[in-house]
Design a protein around this ligand. Structure first.
Ligand code: M6R
Length: 607
């Protein structure tokens, strides 16, 4: 949550604009408000302090009014402490506008600091936890108790002050600090992501919460580990251990991400682009991770207890994975990672935790993983983003390779994770090669089916449903997690109340909700429960529901059908993609922002 961006040695001498452009790429992390702090360049008259601009709302087409300069930091916020106001937007300043701070995380002990600092006459202008960081650094650099003439050089040791301050913060945090006098940016990480980018050709240096923010400048990066800090000056980037203050060797890696991956590529929204990219991303997974998949399958065969965890979409992926494992004869368990802690006591060195996450930074997932790891469990990360915390915590990484997923609503990362779990399940019963073949067939079928005819049909359906406030969905077995995911896509993208149920639950109370004309989606496949799900559809129809089948067949229980390719248990991929597209068209029709739904952030890095 929240996006951090900074540049040093901006080659255009318009660092504020560079930061603004970078922040746009990070808006998926939070978009309540944004702000920039710059050290104005030499030509700017009579400037003896950092200049700051802050606004509430999304960045959109905003332009910055800040002066020219080569060094700046910026932030896009997802509010935790303090409402959505200009004052609470980052960056936050010390009393003399010499230090500005941007922050991703929560400072759990900020109130005690704030009280002490107020006693020492520091002036606060926001309700945030972040602002204490700026004043703590100021206090350590220019202690208010020491008269200015008595202050030593030591009292202006920026690195020391920032590191000490950072080490005193309780919670998961990443900070970026700009210092007016030394023209330095320091960033520290503990639990929230940070990556530094080096553009050697132009001698420019970048800091971001994620790579897409500066991908157009460089793909040479270092992902900071917990406990690491970088000090960025005109001369370059130095890496430190934030606890000991010792310098470490900075080793850059070159990513194979292309700029186009982080651009809309002619699509009106990232969401639509990413849905359509599934034609390629799904096939790609059949040719990666073979060694790791076979290794994990071996552990499962050896009797490791398999526990799948994740949050939101990733938790539905985990549930679908549980059915895939059951279909190959292996029992597994699933938990929403946020509910795992009471059960972590049962993990031991014969437990295999399969943690699923697009970002690899979801706080609840990381907490669950750490708890299981403490008990000796082996951790497998099924993750899309690169260089994430989850990746570092894992014993084995299944990187799903869907490429940057910018839209807040997860689509291509979800299907990439689901393919990975399918292949893993197939591998446990020695069917990895036939599994790969089936994924290639799935990809081919999606390629043909995901066409104009389908999208036009869904646009028409979206027009018919546009004013609905309640939609119900049912599914059984593999189509049950598919139904959960389908409903989440409708909710996130269009804000329509979409409630999914296991078909078997209907008669136990839920059926009271169905009235004449209530839209009811029935997700089905040509499987052993086809008859049962159609009976449930008939029961809904008998109560007046408008039954919309999502299935590879038509049937008289349906009032209408969106026909999907017949791919056995893999039919759920197409069934879910219908939900992704329908959610998108409904959202656009209802005036929602499909890439940045209200109140959400892409990566939920707070508890
Ligand atoms: O990055 P993660 O996969 O760990 O994120 C988990 C959820 O926050 C995420 O799937 C969320 O539910 C999305 N909004 C789904 O579209």
């Amino acid at each position: 949550m929240c996006g951090i961006f900074a540049v040093v040695n901006d080659k255009t001498n318009n660092a504020a604009q560079t930061v603004l452009t970078g922040l746009k790429k990070l808006e998926y992390r939070g978009y309540d408000s944004w702000g920039i702090a710059i050290k104005p360049g030499r030509s700017t008259e009579a400037v003896d302090r950092l200049q700051v601009e802050k606004h509430i709302g999304k960045i959109g087409e905003a332009k910055t009014n800040l002066p020219k300069g080569k060094i700046a930091i910026g932030h896009t916020r997802w509010a935790t402490h303090g409402g959505v106001t200009d004052e609470n937007a980052h960056p936050h300043l010390d009393c003399h506008q010499q230090i500005a701070v941007i922050h991703n995380g929560i400072v759990e002990n900020y109130l005690e600091f704030k009280e002490e600092l107020i006693k020492k006459t520091h002036k606060f202008s926001s309700e945030t936890d972040t602002e204490v960081i700026a004043h703590l650094i100021e206090e350590k650099m220019r202690p208010s108790v020491i008269p200015s003439e008595e202050r030593s050089d030591e009292s202006r040791n920026l690195e020391k002050a920032v590191f000490e301050t950072f080490n005193s913060l309780v919670g998961s945090n990443a900070i970026g600090v700009i210092d007016f006098e030394s023209e330095t940016i320091i960033a520290c990480r503990n639990g929230s992501p940070l990556v530094v980018g080096v553009d050697e050709k132009n001698h420019q240096f970048f800091l971001g919460s994620d790579v897409p923010a500066f991908l157009k400048h460089t793909n040479r990066v270092h992902f900071l580990d917990d406990g690491e800090a970088v000090v960025i000056t005109k001369q370059g980037v130095k890496l430190f251990n934030v606890k000991s203050g010792q310098e470490k060797k900075l080793i850059l890696q070159q990513l194979d991400w292309q700029l186009e991956d982080a651009e809309k590529g002619g699509f009106p929204h990232f969401l639509l682009k990413e849905i359509m990219e599934q034609k390629e991303t799904i096939a790609k997974i059949a040719s990666i991770n073979e060694k790791e998949i076979l290794e994990i399958a071996n552990l499962i065969r050896q009797g490791f207890r398999t526990v799948l965890i994740g949050c939101g979409t990733a938790s539905y992926c985990a549930l679908a994975g549980k059915y895939f494992f059951a279909n190959t004869g292996f029992e597994s368990q699933t938990y929403g990672a946020y509910e795992f802690l009471p059960f972590s006591q049962f993990a031991n060195n014969k437990t295999l935790i399969i943690a699923i996450s697009q970002s690899g930074e979801t706080a609840d997932t990381l907490i669950a993983v750490r708890a299981a790891k403490k008990q000796g469990a082996k951790i497998v990360a099924v993750v899309n983003s690169r260089g994430s915390t989850l990746e570092r915590l894992a014993d084995i990484v299944l990187s799903v390779g869907a490429g940057p997923e910018i839209a807040v609503v997860s689509t291509k990362a979800f299907t990439a994770q689901l393919v990975t779990l399918y292949l893993l399940a197939e591998a446990t019963s020695n069917k990895y090669e036939p599994g790969k073949k089936k994924i290639k067939e799935l990809s081919k079928a999606l390629h043909n089916w995901l066409n104009k005819q389908l999208t036009n049909r869904l646009i028409d359906l979206a027009k018919e449903l546009i004013d609905q406030e309640h939609i119900y969905l049912i599914g059984k077995h593999l189509n049950y997690p598919a139904t959960l995911e389908f409903a989440l896509k409708l909710k996130e993208s269009s804000y329509i109340h979409a409630e999914p149920f296991a078909a078997g639950e209907l008669k136990h109370g839920v059926i009271t909700l169905i009235q004449k004309g209530t839209p009811c989606f029935v997700l089905a496949s040509n499987d052993e429960v086809k008859g049962e799900i159609l009976s449930s559809a008939a029961e809904l129809k008998a109560r007046g529901g408008r039954i919309i089948g999502i299935a590879p067949f038509n049937s008289y229980e349906f009032n209408e059908v969106i026909q999907t390719p017949d791919l056995g248990e893999l039919t759920i991929f197409a069934n879910i993609i219908v939900g992704q597209l329908l959610g998108y068209y409904l959202g656009v029709g209802r005036g929602a922002d499909p890439d940045k739904p209200r109140n959400l952030a892409k990566s939920v890095t707070v508890k």
